[in-house]
Ligand binder design. Structure first.
Ligand SMILES: O=C(O)c1cccc(C(=O)CC[C@H]2O[C@@H](n3cnc4c(=O)[nH]cnc43)[C@H](O)[C@@H]2O)c1
Length: 766
């Protein structure tokens, strides 16, 4: 029986056919490929018998085991095995193979071990069936490397990497987005070859003393695992792979070989996406601030949360969520550029906890006479605000940062007293209490505030000294404690019931500052919220030193809202004839229509402080000649209601409130004094310009005292009275109300009249 590369047990051995690699200098006639040494049979000698080994015979049993186990076809002993045999006392298995295995083989030969022969250095296992070149084994060599098949499925199914990698290039094919880093050729290939050995020995022992490079590679391997990349990192953490199986332990790679086939150039820097969860850095000493840099992101959160396992720790952890912010609470000390939002707090492996808002300053700290101190992005309490959420005080909402208005105002926004007037919320007693009297009882009227009321609560100093706050949705003060001083009733003003003269029952309204009283319940008050106050917008009570001041109708600051730009320009022209427009009078274009005008007015009133609002423009005259001026004693939403077979039903008749808002009597009086030729009376606000005779008759029948119609007055009035600002409306007649005749409109004449009107309304104060 002969053992050769063919059939075991054959009585007729085949003639030896050396199999050499092309250009293998070590291959000779007596040496078979891949190192198996066969001595030629002596001519005439007896066939080699099993169990008998001569001095020149190869060791039969180990070779047989090797062939059976590793080489089903029985003629390729396998490179690893040969290297193991060759390196028992020389090159160590799993070591820095290409670098020193030749020396190991030479050493073995010197010790009389001729069985091993050099094996060309093989930088990587090649998946291709072709012979890629010296040192690159063929594809069937993979059979000698079972580790290939033991790799995670993700690697085995890496598309073009049918075997291991895409070719002799170390990087393999381009890695698709999202493909784990372990699929990359370099690491995968080296891991295949050396993974088991290194894990078993080299990695644990850190390599041999004669292989410092490998020791460094092992250290590097550990670091790389901690850096948490790809499948290898998952294996280190024993996290399941996407296929549901635990990932294998990571493999190391000898750094000295890593760049063998890598394109020259600097190595791609390793990115650290997420710090590993198992990475525990040594805790800082108690009381000593951790000097390690704290990058923004999850690492800090995880680490900070772990440093403190109790609730206080979590709170402390929250306080460090922003970079460069140390232990200060970012709510109390917002870093520059901090953006409002929720804080994600990781704690003890849970996915996410709905965090508290970072947004500071949910409290209005305005003192009497203050302008408030809100900035864009600050929180302002509102009921039913969709921006409010769990963890947010009921009185907080986030104002958008850097909205156009804020930009225009230099990023500044002042607090105002609920200018929009949010709708009543069911079940909210405070909202119910705030409902306008006119909407709650028969005969109720509009929330027209009388002049006396508006000026009553100012301590005689006018409106300018107080920031009004509506304290709805406040938590009642705890029993036994007095109402905290943050809740301040200002004025207790009365609101009209809808009658244009403002008469009727009144509804006292508590005006409170917002925010919980920290003294009433410090535990609920939350962290201190300190926001540097804005420079107050000074309310000018007189002319500037050395300058001139336009005083419109005696009000210190007046907002004029027009529908279109030509009207605005006409107003400005009139003001300039007096003394030049300055910031005591602001003229805004609010758009055509009541809704747009109301929105614009509300926005501007929320941004700046005014003492009076005027709706101004041109309009259709009812009994007033073109070019004339009308002063509204009230603004009436003439078509706000319901149509019916019995005729039009107004809002008042429907019981939904009032469609009439009285103008400020003082303002009306002042305007009438300044414009002796103007006609005073109700001015109608319509959504559709009256254009038929029937429509005109019907309108006049319902509003016999009306002197003109426009399209914006009621909207401006609504915003003004909800902001607690005096309201008035003046219009220059451009056309008669009646059958539509656009050619009869005298817009230019009306605009000229508008300019003259404002020139008369304004007085120059030196
Ligand atoms: O076309 C122009 O050059 C021009 C210049 C300035 C203003 C206009 C307007 O169309 C203004 C529309 C504005 O005027 C009010 N208005 C004028 N006449 C009536 C009317 O008969 N019925 C209702 N409104 C009228 C209204 O407030 C519009 O907003 C054009």
């Amino acid at each position: 029986m002969v053992e050769d590369g063919g059939h075991v047990g054959s009585a007729h051995p085949r003639p030896h056919r050396p199999r050499c690699r092309p250009g293998d200098p070590a291959a000779g006639p007596d040496r078979r490929a891949y190192g198996a040494v066969r001595r030629p049979q002596r001519p005439g000698g007896p066939p080699a018998r099993r169990g008998r080994r001569g001095g020149d015979d190869p060791p039969a049993r180990p070779a047989r085991r090797l062939l059976r186990r590793r080489h089903p076809r029985g003629h390729r002993p396998g490179r690893d095995r040969l290297l193991q045999r060759a390196g028992r006392r020389g090159a160590r298995p799993g070591g820095a193979l290409p670098a020193d295995h030749h020396a190991a083989v030479r050493a073995a030969g010197a010790r009389g071990r001729p069985r091993a022969r050099p094996v060309p250095a093989r930088p990587a296992v090649c998946a291709g069936p072709h012979h890629a070149g010296p040192g690159v084994p063929r594809v069937h060599d993979r059979r000698a490397h079972r580790r290939v098949h033991a790799l995670p499925g993700r690697l085995r199914h890496a598309g073009a990497l049918a075997g291991v990698r895409g070719g002799p290039q170390r990087r393999g094919p381009p890695r698709p987005a999202g493909r784990p880093g372990a699929v990359r050729g370099g690491r995968a290939g080296l891991g295949l070859r050396y993974g088991r050995r290194r894990r078993g020995r080299a990695a644990r022992r850190g390599g041999g003393a004669d292989r410092p490079g490998l020791a460094a590679a092992a250290v590097d391997d550990r670091l790389r695992v901690r850096n948490g990349r790809g499948t290898a990192a998952a294996a280190a953490r024993r996290l399941p792979t996407p296929r549901g199986r635990p990932a294998r332990a990571p493999t190391a790679r000898p750094q000295g070989r890593q760049g063998a086939l890598r394109p020259p150039g600097p190595r791609e820097p390793r990115r650290q996406r997420h710090p590993p969860r198992r990475l525990r850095l040594p805790d800082p000493l108690p009381g000593v601030r951790d000097p390690r840099p704290r990058p923004a992101g999850r690492a800090v959160r995880v680490e900070a949360a772990r440093h403190h396992g109790d609730g206080a720790g979590r709170r402390r952890a929250r306080s460090r969520l922003l970079p460069g912010h140390g232990r200060r609470h970012h709510a109390a000390h917002p870093p520059p550029g901090a953006v409002a939002g929720r804080v994600r707090v990781r704690r003890h492996g849970r996915r996410r906890r709905r965090g508290r808002r970072v947004q500071p300053a949910g409290r209005c700290r305005a003192l009497p006479g203050d302008r408030g101190s809100e900035r864009p992005g600050q929180a302002v309490g509102r009921c039913g605000d969709p921006g409010a959420g769990p963890g947010t005080g009921t009185r907080e909402r986030l104002r958008p940062l850097r909205d156009p208005a804020d930009v225009r105002l230099g990023g500044r926004r002042r607090a105002r007293a609920d200018p929009v007037g949010r709708p009543a919320r069911p079940g909210c007693p405070r909202h119910a209490a705030r409902a306008w009297a006119g909407t709650r009882r028969a005969g109720g009227g509009p929330p027209a505030r009388g002049t006396a009321e508006r000026f009553a609560g100012r301590g005689g100093a006018g409106r300018g000294g107080t920031v009004r706050r509506r304290g709805h949705h406040r938590r009642p003060p705890p029993t036994g404690r007095r109402r905290h001083p943050w809740s301040t009733r200002v004025g207790g003003g009365a609101y009209g019931t809808g009658r244009p003269d403002g008469a009727g029952p009144t509804l006292a309204r508590a005006v409170t500052r917002c925010g919980p009283d920290p003294r009433a319940d410090p535990a609920r008050a939350g962290p201190a919220r300190r926001v540097p106050p804005l420079p107050a917008v000074r309310h000018r009570s007189g002319p500037r030193p050395g300058g001139r001041c336009v005083n419109l109708l005696g009000y210190r600051r007046v907002l004029v809202v027009t529908a279109v730009e030509p009207e605005r320009q006409a107003v400005l022209r009139g003001l300039r004839t007096v003394g030049g427009a300055d910031d005591t009078v602001v003229v805004e274009v609010g758009g055509v229509g009541s809704a747009s005008a109301a929105a614009t007015t509300a926005r501007v009133l929320a941004q700046q402080r005014f003492d009076a609002v005027l709706s101004a423009g041109i309009g259709g005259g009812i009994g007033v000649a073109i070019g004339g001026t009308v002063i509204a004693t009230s603004s009436v939403a003439a078509d706000l209601g319901a149509d019916s077979p019995d005729g039009f039903l107004s809002l008042d008749e429907l019981g939904f409130g009032t469609a009439t808002i009285a103008a400020d009597p003082d303002l009306v009086a002042a305007a009438a004094k300044a414009l002796p030729n103007a006609v005073s009376g109700p001015v109608l606000t319509v959504s559709t310009v009256t254009g038929t005779l029937a429509g005109t008759r019907d309108l006049i029948a319902r509003h016999p005292r009306a002197v003109a119609e426009g399209m914006e007055g009621f909207g401006v009035a609504t915003a003004a009275i909800q902001a607690g600002v005096a309201f008035g409306e003046v219009r220059a007649v451009s056309n008669p109300v009646g059958p539509r005749d656009r050619a009869a409109w005298r817009i230019g004449e009306a605009l000229e009249g508008l300019s003259e009107t404002f020139a008369c309304l304004a007085k120059l104060t030196l």
